[in-house]
Design a protein around this ligand. Structure first.
Ligand code: DQA
Length: 139
């Protein structure tokens, strides 16, 4: 299957940023471990701090790929534009979060995206991405 992982703002700082919340692994190492673990899957990864680039990537892959795993970071809680992009494409999107957003500040409890997604996985650390991948490949 062709699966695109998209990470949004500040997720380029994984392994450096707020380690008590997000852990000390960087995403590129984690992504390489996913490639090793799932050699039969076509996994691609994109990160951007810019809302428009996230939307452009959703448009680019969203009619071609089998699944999209999206951690939109703080845009999760604010972006009607990303919500509309998810609604406008045909590829199913799973929203993921590294942290359990429901144990954190109340502004993180609201997702603008979730209603347009296949489902949401939050709170399992980087394993949230693998759990989303398992959902796509088990279908
Ligand atoms: C996050 C949770 C968001 O609230 C936050 O803004 C992030 C990361 C997570 O993966 O836990 O940047 O999406």
């Amino acid at each position: 299957m062709k699966i695109q992982i998209i990470n949004g703002p500040n997720l380029n700082l994984l392994g450096i940023r707020e380690k008590s919340i997000y852990g000390d692994a960087d995403f590129n190492s984690y992504f390489n471990s996913l490639i090793q673990r799932y050699p039969d899957q076509q996994l691609t990864y994109f990160q951007s701090n810019n809302e428009g680039e996230i939307i452009d990537t959703l448009h680019e892959v969203g009619f071609l790929y089998d699944g999209i795993i999206l951690n939109a970071g703080a845009y999760t809680h604010t972006s009607i534009a990303i919500a509309d992009a998810i609604a406008g494409i045909t590829t199913p999107v799973i929203e993921v979060h590294i942290s359990n957003v429901y144990r954190r500040e109340s502004f993180r409890h609201k997702s603008m995206l979730a209603a347009n997604c296949k489902g949401v996985i939050a709170g399992f650390g980087l394993d949230s991405y693998r759990l989303a991948l398992e959902n796509f490949i088990s279908k």
